[in-house]
Design a protein around this ligand. Structure first.
Ligand SMILES: [Zn+2]
Length: 251
C-alpha cells in the first residue's frame, strides 16, 4: 500500500498510465545497485531516490575531490574529502527519507559483487574503468540480473541495457570484450558535465522502466551520443554465441 504522503510525493509519475499506482508499488519494492557515485552515478542516484525506488545500494570506494564537482552533482563543496558514499547518503536522505540506503564503501570484488547481487533486482554501471565493468557484467550474467550500462568521455556518450533474462540480449562482453582501444579516463581526456548528466539520466529512465515494468528497454541496441553535433545514433547489437561470459548460459 502507498500512504497519502507517498501518493502526493509521487503523484506526477503516478499520473502516467504506464506507471500508475501498481508501477509505483513495484518501484517501492525494488532494489537497485549503483556502481560508482561519480558523474553518471549522480543523476542515477538522485532520480532513482526521487522516484521512490525502495532500496538503493551505493557502491564507491573513492572520496569527493574538488575536480569532481564540475560534473558529479550529487556532491557539493562541503563534502570534499568525505567518502562519496557518505556524501551521497547525506544528499539522498534529505531528498527522500523514505528510500533505504545501503552503503558499500569498499571496492567490490567477485565475491562481494555476487553477494550484493543476491540483494538487488537491477544494476546500474556508472563506473569509470573497464576492469570493474567486466566484473559487474560477469556478476550480472551469473545472477541473471539486468544491467543498465552507461559511459561518457570527452563529448561522446554510450548507453545500452543488457538483460540476461532474455535469450536475445547480448552482454557487455559481447559488445566490448574484443576492444583493444586504450582505456581513457576523464582525468586524462576530460568530459563535459551535462553530457554525463544526460547519459546518467537516461540510465535512470531505463532502470525505472525495467523496475516498474513499462516501455521498451534499450536491449540489443547501443545508443551513441555525439554531444559536439547533438546527434543520437542507434546500433543494433547482437549476442555473441561464442562469448565466454554469456555464451554458456544458453548452452
Ligand atoms: Zn556475452
Amino acid at each position: 500500500m502507498l500512504s497519502d504522503q507517498e501518493l502526493l510525493r509521487y503523484s506526477r509519475q503516478i499520473l502516467l498510465p504506464q506507471i500508475d499506482i501498481d508501477g509505483q508499488l513495484r518501484l517501492k519494492q525494488a532494489r537497485a545497485l549503483i556502481v560508482g557515485l561519480g558523474g553518471l552515478g549522480s543523476p542515477v542516484a538522485l532520480y532513482l531516490a526521487a522516484a521512490g525506488v525502495g532500496e538503493l545500494h551505493l557502491a564507491d570506494f573513492d572520496t569527493v575531490d574538488m575536480t569532481n564537482l564540475q560534473r558529479q552533482v550529487l556532491h557539493d563543496s562541503t563534502q570534499v574529502g568525505r567518502s562519496k558514499v557518505d556524501s551521497a547518503i547525506t544528499r539522498l536522505s534529505a531528498l527522500n527519507p523514505q528510500v533505504r540506503l545501503v552503503a558499500h564503501r569498499q571496492a567490490l570484488d567477485v565475491d562481494s559483487l555476487a553477494a550484493v547481487l543476491q540483494q538487488v533486482d537491477l544494476v546500474l554501471d556508472c563506473c569509470d574503468n573497464f576492469t570493474t565493468r567486466e566484473a559487474v557484467n560477469a556478476a550480472c550474467v551469473a545472477a541473471g540480473k539486468p544491467l543498465v550500462s552507461g559511459a561518457a568521455i570527452r563529448l561522446e556518450g554510450q548507453l545500452s541495457v543488457f538483460d540476461p533474462r532474455r535469450d536475445d540480449s547480448p552482454c557487455y562482453h559481447c559488445l566490448y570484450g574484443h576492444g583493444s582501444e586504450a582505456e581513457l579516463t576523464c582525468s586524462e581526456a576530460g568530459v563535459a558535465g551535462p553530457l554525463v548528466g544526460l547519459v546518467g539520466s537516461l540510465q535512470a529512465l531505463e532502470a525505472l522502466k525495467l523496475l516498474a515494468g513499462f516501455g521498451e528497454p534499450l536491449v540489443g541496441r547501443l545508443l551513441l551520443i555525439d554531444a559536439l553535433s547533438t546527434r543520437f545514433r542507434e546500433l543494433r547489437v547482437k549476442r555473441d554465441p561464442q562469448c565466454p561470459v554469456c555464451g554458456a548460459r544458453h548452452g
